[in-house]
Design a protein around this ligand. Structure first.
Ligand code: ARG
Length: 487
């Protein structure tokens, strides 16, 4: 339709298919129509569009909105903006061609993308809050569940499952904060920028800003049509979130092996083998681990697409949107599944505790005893305990087999403590309980941390609700405005 004037000829079919964004654009359909509605109201208020024309167009747009899910578009139409305009003209006649007055697809698509991504960021934030809440609940019931803490994936020092889970909880919380930051820079109105330099029509950008629930305006019109950093920033935040989701998936995959045996994931999230009848594989977690890799890849691709573009709008920008969408879908599904997997997770507390008696996981406590009670420099204590551990291993002893006599023999001196005291020093649960430091795994400290985070998450939820309600009420006002004008 728009080719008639300048180009005449049809576009080569391969080129049509290659350049069309219609497949992705369905995601933007509803936002595109809402943007149209706000634009028409603004044009009418500014006296750029006559009352009767505005009425006809708004009526047509209302029917498009009602048919949103069933609209079919021909590929020749390039993108959703052209497709909707064509459908509008088909429905209400030539007056539909007035819709595009004082506007370009460049500010239109930027507007649609921002409206779409702000909703998605809200949805992801909601899912993240749900996951954090489940983690907090699970943590609360495992404040005394002793397990080995690892560094280098080797037994290091005893901790609790609550402590381990809370570490993810805090990482997820920071992801939530990052998304809240992103939202501020997403929710700005680019409409009115036109192709790149605004327009000579007396438009009022503040009207569409208000009607579409934006918190402000992307002022410079070139910046408005050329920047996609709101998407890149969101994708970067989603990539960091993907890393934290994948790390956790990896822990759960390891923990559900025979060798660890710390947890069992529900059969609902497992698969079996086509040849080995005994197998239970944590496929859902593996796919989460795999797909989150794509989120990182999508970010890299989008950065590469953006980095050499001359100012301002270039069609290359179109290639960013489907990748952003792919990352968003992966993150939403991963968060949903992670929450379900955690909520139905079986924890093998005995196995976790028993694992702490397999290695000399409380060796640091024994070294600390030599420092605190015998006045030795830590380095000397470290050497003595290293020797005790290596002798015990040579003798085939488990930590629970090591007694006062054995330690004194290696140390070469009397310790002046009782057998009970030795047992206490070497006990994993005692090691955990003895830690009073801020952020430690002791049950009192994890209890404090859980309570504090419950308050944090309530505040985040309130904040999110406010954001969502504001968008809803702006949409209601928009429709009221339509009814007033349509009469
Ligand atoms: N599909 C395009 C995009 O996503 C819409 C804007 C097209 N603008 C243009 N001048 N061809 O970027």
């Amino acid at each position: 339709m728009i080719r008639k004037g300048r180009l005449g000829q049809r576009m080569d079919w391969d080129a049509v298919v290659f350049t069309s964004s219609l497949d992705f654009d369905r995601v933007l359909l509803r936002f595109d129509i809402l943007g149209d509605i706000a634009h028409v109201i603004m044009l009418s208020e500014a006296g750029i569009l006559g009352r009767d024309d505005a009425k006809k167009i708004l009526k047509g747009l209302k029917t498009l909105l009602a048919d949103c899910d069933n609209l079919e578009f021909a590929h020749e139409l390039e993108d959703i903006h052209m497709a909707l305009e064509a459908e509008l003209i088909r429905r209400i006649g030539d007056v539909g061609g007035k819709l595009h007055t004082a506007r370009s697809r460049n500010d239109q698509v930027a507007c649609d993308l921002r409206m779409w991504v702000r909703e998605e960021v809200n949805t992801i934030s909601y899912l993240l809050i749900r996951l954090i809440k489940t983690l907090l609940k699970l943590s609360n019931s495992h404040r005394e569940t002793i397990m080995p803490g690892y560094t280098h994936l080797q037994h290091a020092q005893p901790t609790t499952l609550a402590h381990h889970l809370l570490s993810y909880c805090d990482a997820y919380f920071r992801n939530l904060q990052r998304l809240r930051e992103c939202y501020k820079r997403i929710n700005l109105n680019p409409l009115g920028a036109g192709a790149l330099s605004t327009t000579s029509y007396p438009i009022d950008r503040r009207v569409t800003t208000r009607l579409l629930g934006f918190d402000g305006i992307i002022e410079n019109s070139m910046d408005a049509v050329s920047s996609r950093d709101f998407l890149l920033e969101t994708m970067a935040s989603l990539s960091l979130l993907a890393v934290d989701i994948s790390r956790f998936a990896e822990d759960l995959i390891l923990w559900s092996t025979y060798e660890f045996g710390f947890v069992e994931i529900s059969n609902e999230f497992a698969s079996t083998s086509s040849i080995m009848p005994q197998k239970k594989n944590p496929d859902t977690l593996e796919i989460i681990r795999g797909k989150t890799g794509r989120v990182i890849g999508n970010l890299t691709a989008c950065l590469a697409i953006s980095k050499s573009l001359p100012n301002s709008y270039n069609r290359d920008l179109q290639e960013i949107s489907p990748l952003a969408s792919n990352s968003i879908e992966i993150i939403k599904a991963s968060l949903t599944l992670m929450e379900k997997i955690l909520a139905s997770l079986k924890v093998n507390q005995e196995k976790m505790a028993a694992s702490c008696n397999e290695t000399f996981i409380t060796a640091t406590e024994l070294a600390d005893f030599f420092v605190k009670k015998k006045g030795l420099p830590f380095r000397t204590a470290h050497e003595i305990v290293g020797k005790i551990v290596s002798e015990a291993m040579k003798a085939g002893l488990k930590p629970s087999d090591v007694d006062l006599n054995f330690i004194e023999k290696v140390y070469g001196k009397k310790l002046g403590i009782t057998e009970t005291e030795v047992k206490r020093i070497l006990s994993p649960i005692e090691a955990v309980k003895s830690r009073k430091t801020l952020g430690s795994p002791s049950p009192e400290e994890t209890s404090r941390m859980i309570k504090m985070r419950e308050r944090w998450i309530d505040r985040e939820e309130e904040n999110l609700k406010r954001r969502i309600n504001r968008l809803r009420s702006c949409e209601k006002t928009l429709f009221k405005e339509v009814e007033r004008l349509v009469g």
